[in-house]
Design a binder for this molecule. Structure first.
Ligand code: HEC
Ligand code: HEC
Ligand code: HEC
Ligand code: HEC
Ligand code: HEC
Ligand code: HEC
Length: 470
């Protein structure tokens, strides 16, 4: 009995150590890098992207402690005046690196291992892909398989151990003159010990997964939801160089920088009716939301009251017609019928929402940025008066196919910018503002002349609680 207990403890120890054993590995590093860093740092570690090439970075820092704190919170290190951090910032500003306060030492060590591995050996057969393609999914599912395989192996091991112990027990029973206890596979498998083992290991594995997911849930930084239409900022603001404020025109004027209405899209898409990437699949959603008939180029009267069948007929006709003309067909073939049906399903899924139960009506984009109600943020104050570029807060949106939340939007983020950003006095808003008074005040407080000359948001009250909290 004692032996049996000991062997259980042993099996549990193996199980526990497998889950902790992880340590830094380049495989883990690859996954972390792809998920967190690849959007800005080139995967070949040799070329620049939004950020510098990371190959050899460890050597450039020398001091691992500083490098680790850089990766966790680069802005803090810049603010502390660390020479390498300041040098980097001077070369790369105004592009900021995200903070990764959640990364553990092992995680960072793994990433560095991976960086070094790729840098020294080259990415090998690895194709440099967009970080958000299926590479990620494959990696994490192969991980799940690994978990599963390990669990199975452990279960088999524990089971074998148990059989051996039972057998040894019987040997000693026989030696002592008792009758051996015959155990079948079934009784072994349903023994308390084995069930306890199963419960323990599943709790371990699922518990790990749950905690892992839960820690990611509260954070909305990097939040990147799927949108009803595959609208790409990279294509519009990047390739086609459409100004941010052409679409988000209220950023200049009001508290909110609203999402453009379908009318804005129609300025171009009444003419650009088929895309080179998705053909009719995505753009037709715009038309179906507002009742634009792409066949006649006219808006349908009374569209709001159309039945779903009427809407379906019109747009299936359009999609089918475009399919046939692209293939020079006079009737839909089987592939064409499938395509029409699929694209229509996509339109319904994107537009028909719970709030009105019909296709017609505004497109419901999923909101990405959202401050809590107790905080006050005003776009026009920052964009118009402060003259801050959208990218300073939202990152390189013009390179994003799908927008994600680039900054933390935490209070510390607001405050640290207010501490270091100078107020722009050269606009009409400050015509009657006496900056000299603030300068004199700062000098009186013992600041040097150069410091007093520099008026940052803090000096005009940008750290006062009630400015940001109702
Ligand atoms: C949003 C873009 C972005 C992301 C995401 C990002 N970085 Fe950076 N990184 C930068 C920029 C930009 C710099 C240059 C310094 C600056 O402007 O802050 C930089 C600099 C660095 C440096 C210094 C390089 C050197 O030569 O000393 C390291 C190391 C680094 N990043 C590691 C990472 C790691 C690890 C991750 C993922 C956990 C990551 N970065 C994610 C943008 C990013
Ligand atoms: C052609 C119109 C258009 C242009 C140009 C455009 N946007 Fe957008 N933007 C949209 C649409 C539509 C959405 C909502 C769908 C989405 O999130 O992708 C959006 C969403 C956003 C969001 C996320 C809003 C949220 O839900 O929190 C940000 C931030 C943003 N845009 C910033 C920018 C910046 C910065 C630029 C310039 C580099 C820009 N946009 C250029 C149309 C545009
Ligand atoms: C200033 C002109 C302009 C505006 C405004 C505009 N687009 Fe575009 N859009 C384009 C151009 C140009 C393309 C590239 C067409 C191509 O693929 O050849 C495009 C492509 C697209 C595509 C990809 C189509 C495909 O199949 O490749 C989608 C989806 C799209 N736009 C949605 C929108 C939405 C939604 C809005 C409104 C929020 C909008 N666009 C506003 C010019 C514009
Ligand atoms: C000083 C930082 C900062 C700058 C500069 C900035 N934004 Fe924002 N943006 C934010 C914050 C913070 C939010 C979240 C606001 C909220 O939830 O009330 C936000 C939200 C948004 C949204 C979502 C809708 C909304 O207003 O809540 C869009 C779209 C957007 N910004 C676009 C832009 C564009 C386009 C520019 C440049 C013209 C810009 N932003 C400049 C910080 C900034
Ligand atoms: C990139 C730098 C930057 C960030 C990030 C930033 N701000 Fe500001 N903020 C400014 C500047 C610059 C001004 C001064 C504008 C002016 O001249 O009135 C300002 C002014 C303000 C003011 C008016 C202050 C006053 O005394 O009139 C408020 C309120 C404010 N910001 C709130 C916020 C909030 C809330 C956040 C975070 C969600 C934030 N800001 C993030 C740069 C920033
Ligand atoms: C420049 C703008 C700004 C100023 C000034 C500011 N806050 Fe905040 N505060 C915020 C924002 C934005 C949030 C929401 C942050 C988040 O969701 O993490 C916040 C969140 C909070 C919270 C909620 C806890 C949390 O972290 O979410 C408290 C409490 C708070 N602030 C208190 C204060 C007090 C007290 C002061 C004055 C000493 C102050 N704030 C000054 C912008 C500001």
């Amino acid at each position: 009995m004692l032996l049996k207990r000991i062997s259980w403890v042993f099996a549990l120890l193996i199980a526990a150590s497998v889950s902790l054993m992880a340590g830094p590995t380049k495989e883990a590093g690859k996954e972390l890098f792809t998920a967190n860093c690849a959007s800005c740092h080139n995967k070949n570690m040799k070329d620049k992207l939004t950020g510098p090439a990371l190959g050899g970075a460890q050597g450039r820092w020398g001091d691992d402690k500083a490098l680790y704190s850089w990766i966790r919170n680069s802005q803090a290190l810049i603010a502390s005046g660390h020479p390498r951090a300041v040098e980097l910032w001077n070369t790369w500003k105004p592009t900021l690196m995200n903070s990764f306060t959640g990364l553990k030492d092992d995680d960072i060590a793994s990433i560095l291992l991976y960086i070094d591995d790729v840098y020294t050996k080259g990415p090998g057969g690895d194709v440099i892909k967009d970080p958000k393609t299926d590479v990620d999914k494959k990696d994490s599912s192969s991980n799940m398989w690994m978990f599963g395989g390990l669990a199975l192996l452990l279960a088999l091991l524990a089971f074998a151990l148990m059989r051996i112990i039972d057998h040894l027990g019987n040997v000693s029973r026989v030696a002592a003159g008792d009758a051996p206890i015959e155990k079948t596979w079934v009784t072994s498998l349903s023994s308390k010990g084995f069930i306890a083992f199963l419960v323990f290991s599943s709790v371990l594995i699922f518990g790990y997964k749950t905690v892992d997911n839960a820690t990611k849930m509260g954070r909305t930084q990097n939040y990147e939801p799927d949108q009803p239409i595959k609208f790409s900022h990279k294509l519009h603001a990047g390739t086609n160089k459409i100004e941010c404020q052409y679409c988000h025109d209220s950023a200049r004027r009001s508290k909110h920088s609203s999402i453009p209405g379908t009318n804005t899209c129609m300025n171009c898409h009444s003419a650009v009716k088929k895309g080179s990437q998705y053909g009719t699949a995505e753009l037709t959603k715009i038309y179906a939301s507002i009742g634009f008939n792409p066949i006649t180029d006219k808006y349908e009267a009374g569209y709001d009251n159309w039945s779903e069948a009427q809407v379906e007929e019109l747009f299936k006709k359009w999609i089918g017609q475009e399919y046939m003309s692209s293939k020079s067909l006079t009737a839909l073939d089987d592939a064409g019928k499938d395509q029409v049906a699929n694209e229509w399903d996509g339109i319904v899924a994107a537009l028909k929402n719970d709030s009105n139960g019909k296709i017609q009506g505004p497109i419901e984009w999923t909101r990405i940025h959202n401050l809590p109600d107790h905080a006050y943020f005003n776009h026009s104050q920052h964009v118009n008066i402060g003259q801050i570029a959208c990218q300073k807060c939202h990152g390189p949106v013009e390179t994003m196919d799908v927008v994600y939340q680039y900054s933390s939007l935490g209070m510390g983020w607001c405050i640290s910018c207010h501490r270091e950003t100078e107020v722009k006095f050269g606009n009409g808003f400050y015509k009657n503002y006496n900056a000299g008074y603030i300068k004199a005040h700062k000098k009186a407080l013992g600041k040097s002349d150069t410091e007093a000359e520099k008026i940052v948001v803090e000096d005009i009250g940008g750290l006062e609680c009630q400015k940001c909290h109702y």
